[in-house]
Design a protein around this ligand. Structure first.
Ligand code: ATP
Ligand code: MG
Length: 299
């Protein structure tokens, strides 16, 4: 599990179609890749479904450090030195934990996983059993499934996943949700997130946060815009600043301060863009509040 992940509940906003399709694939014993940009609710969706199945969910993050020894497991060196190698000295990794418990193995960003780790995974997917030296055969319980996630625009440290992997996985595409659903997500996630905080988000702030965040996805100079996580953070920070606005900064300026904190690190500019993130965000902010002023003008 990612250290940064502090989501709690599994309540899911929208996503009825993806939910139905994933449920169908997993119920019929299929393994699946969820393909979509970061922050589109892939983990939340899977958590929801796992809770319904009542099986364990084992998280593992795909990256260069995810060796096959890590995902399968390893022999504890100290114990093996003392007692010799045996099944008892084996410390199961996430793959074996999921196989033995009949649970779901969720491997995030599978495209960042080294090839020999993918091969170990492939054997488990194809054969539903693996052979571990000095342990023997590990057979998966019937509930075992592999669910992978992948960002289609990711090109950092990724290996091309071979056709042999793709050929064994069903694929469900997950895209950004509607404005209204993203507002509902922010409302759901933003309240009482900080320890000891019950800051309610003032009227209009959530709408502005979602609109500003969504505008980063269609700006010509931005390669990848922010997920709804950016709007959640923007709304929370803005609410705090508005509540503690001792020098009475105008509303739009408070939103600007929160926007820079919440979004400037989240957007990826196009390689050809010579602007910096703040300058690009500033144009989005100016347009947003100019449009809002226009709407308020009579006639
Ligand atoms: N449909 C949704 N319903 C409820 N919450 C959602 C939904 N979509 C996103 N969220 C919230 O947005 C945040 C990101 O969602 P989540 O972690 O599920 O995304 P992800 O697709 O797994 O992201 P990543 O690709 O970075 O792992 C979480 O706080 C989550 O609670
Ligand atoms: Mg996730």
């Amino acid at each position: 599990m990612k250290a940064s992940e502090h989501d709690t509940g599994t309540a899911l906003v929208g996503r009825a179609r993806e939910h139905r399709l994933l449920l169908a694939a997993l119920s019929t014993g299929r393994d699946v890749v969820l393909e979509g940009p970061p922050g589109t609710g892939k983990s939340t969706l899977l958590r929801e479904i796992t809770a319904r199945f009542g099986v364990p969910l084992v998280f593992v993050e795909g990256n260069a450090d995810l060796t096959s020894a890590r995902i399968v497991g390893h022999h504890s060196p100290a114990q093996a030195l003392r007692d010799g190698f045996s099944a008892d000295t084996f410390v199961p990794g996430p793959l074996v934990q999921a196989m033995q418990s009949g649970g779901f193995l969720y491997i995030e960003e599978i495209n960042r996983t080294p090839e020999d780790t993918l091969n170990a995974l492939l054997t488990a997917i194809a054969e539903r059993e693996i052979h571990i030296p000095r342990v023997g055969k590990v057979v998966a319980l019937p509930g075992f499934r592999v669910v992978a996630s992948m960002n289609p625009f990711d090109n950092i440290g990724t290996s091309r996943i071979g056709m042999s992997v793709h050929d064994r996985l069903c694929r469900i595409a997950v895209d950004y949700q509607s404005h209204a659903e993203e507002v509902a997500i922010v409302e759901l996630r933003a309240v009482g997130t900080a320890p000891g905080s019950n800051t309610a988000i003032p009227d209009g702030v959530t709408e502005d946060a979602v609109a500003l965040m969504r505008a980063t996805r269609s700006h010509p100079e931005i390669r990848q815009g922010s997920s709804v996580r950016g709007a959640i953070d923007l709304a929370l920070i803005a609410a705090y600043l508005l509540e503690n606005n001792d020098d009475e900064q105008p509303y739009a300026e408070v939103i600007w301060d929160a926007m820079v904190v919440a979004l400037s690190g989240r957007i990826q500019l196009d390689e050809i863009s010579s602007a910096n993130p703040e300058a690009v965000l500033r144009t989005i902010w100016e347009k947003h509040f100019a449009d809002a002023d226009r709407r308020l003008e009579p006639g």
